[in-house]
Write a protein that binds this ligand. Structure first.
Ligand code: B16
Ligand code: MG
Length: 215
């Protein structure tokens, strides 16, 4: 069955915000005296804010109450929003605009499928708020990646069956979620090393609609 819709992850696929997440978590961890590094940060890709905090707190020497955890997550998000405040179209990753334009030109639906509750803010910043056929994000779902919920919702919102869709992901959790939803997946960036992905590429500049339609 040929691909009729492509469901794009946001952070780390469309835009460079993945490093801003790292900087904001790093700042919070330093303030709390909790060890945190880029290797631990890799486990946070695609995972919700509260689940990310739980991973980070694995290295803490004390137990945090739910109220304290909410406060830490809010503080991290406020810092993160400061970091992404100046996002512009210049922060869109290489190859993204050409493939989006080509897909539109070929009549293939395009959607965002992101765990981030900041999706509207980010899309606005990079000038793509009204560009996609559908958006499904962290504000719409109960379970974040590796659960397939956000991908299945995005597929439903563009009116296509999961088996006619392709997910584009930079997170292993996202690759896992797409597979769990019965959706083919292109791994880019950090997920370019994921051998469970249907197809991999360092970034989207290596991918054309012909590659996608041949899946
Ligand atoms: P927020 P994606 C994910 O976005 C990020 O990869 C992940 O690091 C982050 O924790 C999650 O969104 C929630 O983000 O705190 O902005 O709601 O990669 O699924 O687009
Ligand atoms: Mg991502």
């Amino acid at each position: 069955m040929s691909i009729k819709a492509v469901l794009f992850d946001l952070d780390g696929v469309i835009v460079t915000t993945d490093d801003c997440h790292y900087q904001a978590w790093r700042h919070m961890a330093d303030e709390e005296g909790i060890y945190f590094d880029r290797q631990i940060n890799e486990r946070l890709r695609g995972v919700s804010r509260m689940e990310s905090l739980d991973i980070l707190l694995e290295r803490s020497h004390r137990v945090y109450s739910e109220v304290e955890k909410q406060a830490l997550a809010t503080k991290k998000n406020e810092h993160y929003k400061q970091l992404i405040h100046k996002l512009t179209a210049a922060d869109i990753l290489p190859g993204v605009m050409p493939i989006l334009e080509e897909l539109k030109h070929c009549g293939i639906k395009i959607a965002i499928a992101s765990s981030s509750k900041n999706t509207p803010l980010i899309l606005n910043g990079i000038g793509l708020a009204n560009y996609f056929d559908a958006v499904a994000d962290g504000n719409d779902i109960q379970k974040s990646k590796p659960d397939p919920e956000v991908f299945l919702l995005a597929a439903q919102r563009v009116g296509k069956l999961p088996e006619c869709c392709l997910v584009v992901e930079d997170a292993d959790a996202g690759v896992e979620g797409a597979i769990a939803g019965g959706i083919k997946v292109l791994g880019v960036g950090a997920a370019a090393k994921n051998n469970k992905a249907t197809l991999v590429a360092d970034d989207l500049s290596a991918i054309s609609v012909t590659n996608i339609l041949s899946l």
